[in-house]
Design a protein around this ligand. Structure first.
Ligand SMILES: Cc1cc2nc3c(=O)[nH]c(=O)nc-3n(C[C@H](O)[C@H](O)[C@H](O)COP(=O)(O)OP(=O)(O)OC[C@H]3O[C@@H](n4cnc5c(N)ncnc54)[C@H](O)[C@@H]3O)c2cc1C
Ligand code: FES
Length: 258
């Protein structure tokens, strides 16, 4: 069942240029799982569409959820102006997230993240780590000042950072590192820009447990309007999939990425 709540902002801070970390509290936290998102109303009556933002970290004991978002346009700009004590109208948690139940202690997982796709991977790494899974995270950013959540991930994973211009970590893309790896992984999870997802999708196309988390333009965010459809790669299958309902996480090799 889809829930809605006025969640209260506990804190908000800028963690990199135009990138904010917001902590919210409310009962919705009880039902949140990894890789899902919240569909958040912009506090401005002229903006009717909610904005989807991934769940980055969850603390069920404190009933707190952490979101990390980048200012893209008017909606996220307004989010960034809010302060502790302010209220946000949130719908969710929505979507099918990351599956980890099949992994056993001492098995290995690879996490691949790029830019503002990194936030949902923090809770994933945390829960994999709690399961005793050995986690390697390869994160790619444009430049040094865009690097986010490296320290948070380092609590649960061996982290390797790349930057496009070499201003921090290894110069190059996540593929620069992953193509050199000899280790095999029992599961692979990726979230980031389309080019990066296309690489992971190709590289791990036949992997039995490799998953990519997609973004798309959304309207209703609850499966009713079909604004967010993606197409299945299998020609014989005419069914579309909705990123907000069947996604945002899909198996590699299943979706046409364009
Ligand atoms: C499942 C999902 C999870 C996301 N998680 C995060 C996250 O954790 N952190 C983060 O910074 N961003 C995330 N995004 C992207 C975020 O939703 C957009 O950046 C945001 O909606 C832009 O709103 P705006 O008003 O600032 O920009 P505007 O450009 O003014 O938005 C106009 C419209 O386009 C839509 N839109 C614009 N960009 C996107 C986009 N990339 N994806 C989907 N809809 C978009 C908005 O919902 C809005 O309806 C996520 C998107 C999806 C689909
Ligand atoms: S946004 Fe309406 S069906 Fe996905």
């Amino acid at each position: 069942m889809l829930l809605k709540e006025n969640m209260i902002i506990v804190s908000q801070r800028e963690i990199a240029p135009r990138i904010y970390e917001m902590v919210l509290t409310g009962d919705l936290v009880d039902s949140m799982t990894i890789g899902q998102f919240l569909h958040i109303r912009v506090p401005d009556a002229t903006k009717l569409l909610r904005r989807p933002i991934s769940i980055s970290q969850v603390d069920k004991t404190k009933k707190e959820v952490t979101l990390v978002y980048r200012i893209e346009g008017a909606g996220t700009e307004l989010f960034s102006k809010l302060c502790a004590g302010d209220i946000l109208d949130c719908m969710g948690p929505q979507g099918n997230g990351f599956h980890i139940d099949f992994l056993e202690e001492k098995e290995a997982a690879l996490i691949v993240g790029g830019g503002i796709g990194v936030p949902p991977l923090v809770e994933l790494a945390k829960q994999l780590h709690e399961r005793g899974v050995c986690v390697t995270a390869v994160l790619g950013f444009a430049t040094a000042d865009a690097v986010i959540l490296e320290n948070e991930l380092a609590c649960y994973a061996d982290v390797i950072v790349t930057t496009d211009d070499g201003s921090y970590g290894i110069k190059g893309y996540v593929s620069t590192v992953i193509d050199e790896m000899t280790q095999t992984f029992d599961a692979v999870y990726a979230c980031g820009a389309l080019g990066m997802l296309a690489y992971v999708d190709r590289k791990f196309e036949k992997h039995p447990h490799a998953y990519i988390s997609l973004e798309s333009r959304m309207a209703c965010g609850m499966g009713a309007c079909y604004a967010c459809v993606v197409h299945l790669r299998e020609q014989s299958n005419v069914a579309n999939k909705r990123v907000c309902e069947e996604g945002p996480v899909f198996e590699t090799g299943s979706i046409i990425l364009e």
